[in-house]
Design a protein around this ligand. Structure first.
Ligand code: NAP
Length: 290
């Protein structure tokens, strides 16, 4: 049988070592990391992937798109797909900065506690890759979603980008500091904290005494944690009467999901794994956790 070859196209100059390792762990026999890949430099890389193997063997070649910038990753995914035609295609997955797998794991755990339809959800610091995807997935579950940023212009730009990609409405909120972010949680039931590594977004008292909040998830595993008062290993435990998830607690599903998605890329040659597809797999996989 041909070897499973994963071509890792990263939009940053240095390809992510995390993505290389998970590529191997997910089932690739060999991972080829490329940095600084853009739609302009993509041509021969994709042609090499689609023209080399016979139709029956093409499923053993796949592409992974990563990098720190979600918009750049989305542009690369679109450019890759434009190169495909007829059966000259291979399966491809987008996960810039772990955006899809991290958001999918976090939201799938929240959805396990009951329908999110009509719930008010706030994605704190939701302008990054993980926050944007979490907002889209929460909206896909029927939640009314807001994203905060320290700057209104950034919140609006991210909300517009999510709306244009997923056709949902996201409310932009400016919240410069912890006090303003606590204010943004009035009347909210759900919080997904998606701030940069090591940045605290909420003090414990900012959420502890909020009567409307039902569940909180923090994606940041690097001290200072994004939400003080949540342990990074928390997985669906109750604190102050609310269900909470820490980054390592729900991150176990993120890793399982990332590996599972890589494995699926080699099952056929026409799979495209982006937000909706990865979220659907997360909802299947979350049942493995008690
Ligand atoms: P990111 O792009 O690095 O940052 C997200 C947002 O944080 C930024 O857009 C920025 O928003 C805000 N921010 C930056 N510095 C800040 C500061 N000093 N004060 C307040 N806000 C600040 O994050 P990401 O790549 O989307 O990742 C989100 C989180 O998920 C990170 O903590 C990352 O480490 C974590 N992560 C977890 C897992 C897991 O398995 N648990 C996997 C991958 C990533 P504004 O400038 O708009 O305010």
């Amino acid at each position: 049988m041909p070897k499973n070859l994963l071509f890792q196209f990263d939009t940053d100059p240095d390809p992510s070592t995390f993505d290389t390792i998970v590529g191997h762990d997910g089932g690739a026999d060999q991972v080829y990391p490329y940095g600084g890949v853009s739609p302009q430099t993509l041509g021969q890389l994709v042609e090499g992937c689609i023209f080399t193997r016979s139709p029956k063997e093409k499923q053993h070649t796949a592409i992974f798109v990563g990098g720190s910038q979600l918009a750049a990753g989305e542009a690369l995914l679109a450019a890759i797909q434009q190169k495909f035609f007829a059966s000259f295609r291979v399966s491809v997955m987008l996960d810039s900065n772990g955006s899809n797998t991290t958001a999918a794991a976090g939201v799938a755990f929240l959805a396990r506690h009951g329908s999110l339809q009509g719930k008010r959800a706030v994605v704190l610091a939701g302008t990054g890759p993980v926050g944007q995807r979490a907002a889209a997935m929460l909206a896909g579950e029927g939640a009314e979603v807001s994203i905060t940023s320290r700057q209104m212009a950034r919140a609006r730009a991210a909300a517009d980008a999510i709306a244009s990609r997923f056709g949902c409405t996201i409310t932009a909120v400016e919240a410069f500091d912890n006090c303003a972010r606590a204010q943004a949680l009035q009347e909210a039931q759900l919080v997904f904290a998606a701030g940069a590594a090591g940045v605290n977004l909420l003090h414990e008292e900012d959420w502890r005494d909020n009567p409307s909040l039902q569940a909180l998830t923090d994606a940041n595993a690097t001290p200072m944690l994004g939400i003080a008062g949540i342990d990074m290993t928390d997985r669906g435990v109750e604190r102050h009467g609310k269900i909470v998830y820490g980054a390592i607690g729900f991150g176990a599903l993120k890793l399982i999901l990332h590996r599972s998605c890589i494995g699926r890329l080699f099952e056929r040659n026409d799979l495209v794994l982006d937000a909706q597809e990865i979220y659907a797999i997360a909802k299947e996989s979350v049942g493995e956790f008690t």
